[in-house]
Design a protein around this ligand. Sequence first.
Ligand code: SF4
Ligand code: SF4
Length: 223
Amino acid sequence: VQKIAVEIGWENNKQVLAVKINDPDTNLADLLDAWQPFCDNKTINKLYAAERHKECRGCEINCCNTAYLIPDIIAFKKICQNFDLDYHEGTRRFFAEDKIDLGVMRLKGNPCCFLKDGLCQIYTNRSLLCRFYLCTDIAADTEQLLYSLAWTGSAATQIFASEQKLLPGEPRKGSGSFDRLFLDLQQQYQRDTRVQLFMEARDYNEIPLKPFLGDQIIAHSVM
Ligand code: SF4
Ligand code: SF4
């Protein structure tokens, strides 16, 4: 039996994707492996896909055109390493200057700076927010799990950026509602002790899932 499975289930009369934890002694890499096939899945309902049932590859709406992304720390480091850039160079090249001024590590977007001819140029190193996002219904507890992981990872990037002096100083509130929302969320997660797991890990397989799972999730499934 796999440690983690992703199943198509039902919640509030809607078809949903739900993570099922069979063995709580598992890690984030296992979850990513279980989730990835649904990007290519043509049977689930995808709100923005052509005819609502297509793989993400080749999607014309493509969420990458509008994504507001703060990569998790593992992805941030991998992106810099893969382009052979130090963290300062990587920040200058791939992150939005106006957001850096506000203290937010947002990738250059609209469309995402890594989107070329409709394809992601860093697909295997894309961030958790990219990996987990699907325009389909997701079970509430699963959504909570995915976003707590992605946001904890992004908060770790923010802390790392401060430590490495990639940001100008104290973050100040931007004028846009997204900036405020993201700064508030970042600050909320920065106080979360699980951020240390991301700070210390070299890759996703070094991040245990157990601290992110509730009792109910461990006992049965995330539905
Ligand atoms: S998740 Fe993004 S790429 Fe995939 S179908 Fe939806 S909008 Fe398109
Ligand atoms: S990093 Fe890749 S998957 Fe993520 S928004 Fe950019 S192009 Fe899309």
